[in-house]
Design a binder for this molecule. Structure first.
Ligand SMILES: NC(=O)c1ccc[n+]([C@@H]2O[C@H](COP(=O)([O-])OP(=O)(O)OC[C@H]3O[C@@H](n4cnc5c(N)ncnc54)[C@H](OP(=O)(O)O)[C@@H]3O)[C@@H](O)[C@H]2O)c1
Length: 330
């Protein structure tokens, strides 16, 4: 089968379109004919993980070494990227009971990756579920990572209808689904992003949008019940006066100082810092599929590239011009 393989870390040129053996599903696995794979933060990070020092890593230092060991210290251990996919089941192992040949599915493999290929084997117990009937393969492939992470992290704060939420990083994979999931939880949502993506975030349903390159949201006099900072580009100190008296500052990316802030604010003060890790499960993807089919969650694809141009897709992402998702079609 055709696949995009990388055997050394580096720039997008390390991604080579080549021929590899077609995998055979084990008894508990399905062979999926991949139709579309989104390129996300994890793909570009894994491609050049050798350059990510503990300081550059967006998580606490004690996650850095395990992550380096999983991905490979000096050269990549996992040679095919691609973690969120949509495709059709081509064969099933004898113990698979919930899926059959021909079913269109979508799913998320996290660090196992492997979907930048014509075929991937996925265990029935992994995060995989029937594809939403109202989305193309390209649209569906963009959903799992961002929507699962956004849902899991927003659950940590138990949003109430009518609450005011600000999402800092609303145009990215997690943020764009966080905007939509916070809206369907009944929140009034303000999305913060760069100038070229203001209309994109508005189209996702944000009630207000703020351009971080021209406006500092911490200075606009508004207060929010939740500030969800995806990249941690702001800080609790700066956000504090933009929080309501019991407001929460939720971080998807955090380091040791933010963990200490979480500990301190859990003991003292009414405004809380929450650093949270997402723990995905198949039921969550089934819930997300329902929301998609009810028209409550959409996906806006920017560009599609054929599998052989995966390196080009990575280059495009690194220009910083993308507005929406970049998808590989296989
Ligand atoms: N906690 C967890 O369990 C968990 C799980 C997965 C990932 N993560 C973390 O999530 C992060 C990746 O998130 P993602 O996949 O959504 O990334 P992404 O798709 O690259 O999106 C990044 C977002 O940040 C925005 N941004 C860039 N500079 C900014 C600034 N100065 N101020 C405000 N916003 C700014 C971007 O806006 P523009 O593009 O409009 O400029 C974009 O909306 C990583 O740090 C990763 O470690 C955490």
């Amino acid at each position: 089968m055709k696949a995009v393989v990388y055997t050394k870390y580096g720039l997008p040129d390390v991604l080579k379109f080549t021929e590899v053996a077609k995998p055979t599903p084990k008894d508990n696995e399905m062979l999926i004919r991949v139709r579309a794979v989104a390129v996300n933060f994890g793909d570009t990070l894994a491609r050049h993980f050798n350059e990510i020092s503990p300081r550059k890593f967006s998580m606490p230092i004690f996650f850095w070494l395990p992550a380096r060991l999983v991905f490979g210290l000096n050269k990549p251990k996992i040679n095919i990227l691609g973690s969120e996919f949509a495709g059709d089941i081509e064969a099933v192992g004898k113990n698979v009971t919930r899926f059959k040949v021909g079913d269109p599915v979508f799913g998320y493999r996290g660090p196992k990756m492997g979907a930048n290929a014509e075929y991937v084997c996925v265990a029935e117990s992994e995060i995989v579920t029937p594809k939403p009937s109202n989305m193309s393969y390209e649209q569906a492939a963009t959903v799992p990572y961002g929507a699962l992470t956004a849902l899991n992290l927003l659950r940590k704060v138990k949003l109430q209808p009518g609450q005011k939420v600000l999402i800092n990083g609303a145009s990215g994979a997690i943020g764009s689904y966080a905007v939509q999931i916070a809206k369907l939880m009944g929140a009034a949502v303000t999305g913060v992003c760069g100038t070229p993506r203001l209309e994109f975030v508005r189209a996702l349903g944000a009630d207000h949008v703020i351009d971080y390159s021209t406006t500092d949201f911490t200075q606009n006099g508004e207060t929010y019940d939740l500030i969800f900072d995806i990249l941690g580009k702001s800080s609790f100190a700066r956000c504090k006066r933009s929080l309501t008296p019991k407001g929460r500052y939720l971080l998807a990316s955090f380091k040791m100082p933010q963990l200490f802030q979480m500990l301190r604010t859990s003991l003292f003060g009414r405004k809380k810092v929450i650093c949270a890790l997402s723990g995905e499960n198949p039921d969550d993807l089934r819930q997300i599929k329902e929301w998609v089919e009810q028209g409550q969650i959409k996906s806006i694809v920017d560009r599609c590239y054929p599998l052989e141009q995966t390196a080009e897709a990575h280059r495009y992402i690194e220009t910083g011009f993308k507005t929406g998702y970049v998808v590989i079609t296989a």
